[in-house]
Design a binder for this molecule. Structure first.
Ligand code: TMP
Length: 240
């Protein structure tokens, strides 16, 4: 596998072309941003944690029958992934109220939900990734109806399974999975899980202390974001 030119540089990752047109190499950075890039900083070691944690979780999900973009970890920051056509939706699953859900609906953070929720945001940085529903997506022509309905069904089904698997994995290491964000892409006609699953894209609360072990430490200036990322990494046994 030969790494070729930089194709795209995002807020937290660089993406390189390879000599295989179906595959890309993702390189995880320590750069952290929040509030659509308004807040910028560095979380030392984050790139390694996010790369290795995402790969670890993708491998488990693959075993459970969820197709993902993961192909091969090259080193602690770089991974070969399938080149997908990204579905322009952020899929957010919540098990307890927090973040924008709490703000929008006036519910205290940590409030139990009677069931988990799923919401879509339209992936568009200029608009700040606004909440979107099926009617809006179809009205805007983001997909044709038949394409959209089948994709939505697959995404929702996969998201539900992923939630159950992730909740269990984190519960076993004393962490409650409060909420998380997924992205999906199309690869040779199939909808697969793309992008990372990491403390950047999930809320992890310690079951006992309710300490925040995720990017909220950076977003909210809670201090020691590095320590929180390392703690989850260590509990998953990835430091060995
Ligand atoms: P929210 O409560 O701010 O909507 O965030 C819900 C979840 O989505 C949370 O686990 C953090 C994650 N998230 C991202 O991965 N990327 C983002 O840009 C935002 C705003 C949230």
């Amino acid at each position: 596998m030969k790494e070729l030119e930089l194709m795209y540089e995002g807020k937290a990752k660089k993406v390189f072309k390879t000599d295989d047109e179906d595959l890309l190499i993702v390189a995880y950075k320590d750069d952290a941003t929040a509030f659509n890039g308004l807040k910028k900083g560095t979380i030392v070691g984050k790139g390694i944690v996010n790369n290795r944690m995402s790969n670890y979780l993708c491998k488990i999900l693959e075993e459970k029958g969820i197709p993902t973009h993961y192909v091969e970890e090259l080193d602690e920051r770089r991974t070969v992934v399938k080149k997908v056509e990204i579905v322009p939706l952020e899929v957010i699953i919540r098990n307890k109220a927090a973040g924008s859900f709490s703000k929008r609906l006036g519910v205290a953070e940590g409030t139990e939900l009677k069931c988990s929720t799923l919401e879509f945001s339209y992936k568009n940085d200029d608009l700040g990734d606004p909440l979107i529903n099926s009617y809006m997506a179809l009205a805007l022509g983001l997909a044709t109806k038949s394409h959209y309905v089948t994709s939505k069904d697959k995404i929702e089904h996969a998201a539900e399974t992923i939630n159950e698997e992730l909740k269990e994995i984190f519960k076993n290491i004393g962490i409650e999975l409060i909420d998380f964000k997924l992205e999906f892409g199309r690869y040779h006609g199939e909808i697969i899980l793309a992008d990372e699953i990491s403390p950047d894209t999930c809320r992890y609360w310690d079951i006992e202390t309710h300490d925040h072990l995720d990017k909220d430490r950076f977003r909210r200036d809670l201090g020691d974001a590095e320590g929180a990322y390392q703690e989850v990494y260590r509990r998953l046994g990835l430091d060995k």
